[in-house]
Design a protein around this ligand. Sequence first.
Ligand SMILES: C[S@@+](CC[C@H](N)C(=O)[O-])C[C@H]1O[C@@H](n2cnc3c(N)ncnc32)[C@H](O)[C@@H]1O
Length: 311
Amino acid sequence: METTPLGLFELSPAIIQQLKRELACPFLVWYIGVSYFIFSKEATGAILLSDPQLLKFLKLQATEVSFMPRSVVSWGFVPILLLSLLASPGSGFGAQDGDAQVKSVKPGINDQWVSTDIDPLIDILEAESREIYRERSNLAALVGPPPGAIIADVGAGSGFMAEEFATLVGDEGIVYAVDINPVMLDDVLRKANAKGITNIRKVLSPEDSVNLAPKSVDIVFLCDTYHHFEYPTPTMKSIYPALRSGGQLVLVDFNRIPGQSEPWLLEHVRAGEEVFKEEILQAGFELTNSHYPPYLTENYVLRFRKPPASH
Ligand SMILES: C[S@@+](CC[C@H](N)C(=O)[O-])C[C@H]1O[C@@H](n2cnc3c(N)ncnc32)[C@H](O)[C@@H]1O
């Protein structure tokens, strides 16, 4: 069993909130078998842990967590430290099973997106005020699938980007519209057929896998979707084998800047560019480009690739 040194960490209010949600306990958490304890006040908090998964999670939130020197651990924590040591670190943060998350990193974020009443969802996605929709053809050109390419639009939503890609890849190419909402997918196909677009295929995915065959795609496109992944680790693990060696992963997501971004965005999008980049690197991808095109002021675009010699 991998062991992690116990430590004391100062946590930001945002992380405290996230941990409270994850662990469903406002002030004290004692997980026998997980071996960590949390004491939190409203503005700050401290955590003692011996759990590798939780430590990894906190490291990913580096901007939100200060790692305090061991010397500041007060004697008051010693009994807890001993209890923590006695507890078995068998299961990890978010009750992980091996590497596969079985607990959502953002419970409830897709509640509205799995609705069968899709008209309000389409209205949100296809609002002219939404820069992703307004700039869809520029964005598709930036992603740049060549004719004949096979591209998966994961979290395809109402399908307007799938349609843009369908034109770019042409009759020799294929666009997989992947989503967890079957009603939305049927509607994507219905609209495409009505327009005479024949190279879009629908793929209904569970929440933790993109459900694509091994080495079946050249590009995976994630637009405003990565932060909707409730189980990012297994989902990314399913994307990796679906890509051909050297295949690309293009991530488009919101600029999330504490102190600058709107409160709703800080709450809705669980982390910013650096954290998401790090998570995707951890999944085995290489960063090849960061794009900040002038026509996108609310979103960034990161381009990764699956290493060419990989399987
Ligand atoms: C905010 S919408 C973005 C839709 C579209 N990409 C766009 O930018 O217009 C997020 C989409 O991701 C889908 N989604 C959420 N979790 C998913 C998952 N694990 N796999 C595939 N799609 C997912 C939702 O159903 C929804 O259609």
